[in-house]
Ligand binder design. Structure first.
Ligand code: NAI
Length: 257
């Protein structure tokens, strides 16, 4: 549980902040006193979240239209943190896409490149800009969104699974690169969570598929965005001060089978 003052006056960047896990986590950071830079390609969703934060919390929020595949956009995101709030303390690199269901030899190169570019290279592009700004102020904390598919595979998801395994590896390396610089780098590995991504994949609308998906989790249910937001805010907070390079599964037991 995030305490009200845990992020008082801290500046947090959240990518994919316009929907789902990013939205809930951005509001949680703001509720704990943070200034939040909301980044997303989804302008409508991002602006809505900014309004929610300004209306319902003591935190501040600025929305920036950002595509994490565009280096100039990512630069603008980080510069917004510097210009509006004076630096960067926390980054939640969470933007991601679900992608297609194709066997390994059938996925098109275009789909492969797109999924890797958003879900893996996007996280690296963000960290590349965030880390120097954090170093200027003596450190910070980064949380990346990987997945249970960062730890195990699922048939039909070659690019998504490869990208999320990549995020797990990249998180460990960035943690090692900066272990003595006051920057902690961790990742969350959610099980299936009720968000737009699952709607888009047709999971929530198809009763049979939904039941099968729940069944994959020993708790026999999907996770909620609140449950991921709680883990992310904990990893980002001082309460997790000795945790770095950790890739924390929040998955109803999925990976323990
Ligand atoms: P969502 O679809 O509700 O939110 C994803 C957000 O990322 C959207 O607002 C979207 O506009 C944004 N986005 C997509 N591409 C972008 C880009 N190129 N630049 C900037 N923003 C971009 O989905 P959800 O579930 O909240 O996904 C968040 C993260 O959680 C993703 O990285 C996803 O892979 C991961 N995840 C989701 C799980 C689930 O079951 N929902 C399970 C495990 C991981």
């Amino acid at each position: 549980m995030t305490h009200h003052s845990d992020f008082d006056g801290k500046t947090v960047v959240v990518t994919g902040a316009g929907s789902g896990i990013g939205r809930k986590t951005a509001v949680a950071f703001a509720g704990a006193g943070a200034n939040v830079v909301l980044a997303d390609v989804n302008v409508e969703g991002g602006e809505e979240v900014a309004e929610t934060i300004l209306g319902e919390t003591d935190g501040h929020a600025t929305f920036v239209e950002v595509d994490v595949t565009d280096d100039d956009d990512v630069e603008r995101m980080v510069e917004t943190a510097r210009e509006e709030y004076g630096g960067l303390d926390v980054a939640f690199n969470n933007a991601g896409i679900g992608g297609t269901f194709d066997a390994t030899e059938e996925i098109s190169e275009e789909d492969w490149q797109r999924i890797i570019d958003v879900n893996l290279t996007g996280v690296w592009r963000c960290m590349r800009k965030e880390i120097p700004l954090m170093l200027e102020n003596g450190g910070g904390s980064i949380v990346n969104t990987a997945s249970i598919l960062g730890k195990v595979g699922e048939a039909g998801t070659p690019a998504y699974t490869a990208a999320k395994h990549g995020v797990v590896g990249l998180t460990k390396v960035a943690a090692l690169d900066h272990a003595t610089d006051g920057i902690r780098v961790n990742a969350v590995c959610p099980g299936y969570i009720e968000t737009q991504m699952l709607d888009d994949a047709g999971v929530t609308k198809d009763e049979e598929l939904l039941a099968k998906t729940k069944e994959l989790h020993p708790m026999k249910r999907l996770g909620t965005v609140e449950e991921i937001a709680d883990a992310v805010t904990w990893l980002a907070s001082e309460q997790a001060s000795f945790a770095t390079g950790e890739t924390l599964a929040i998955d109803g037991g999925y990976l323990s089978r």
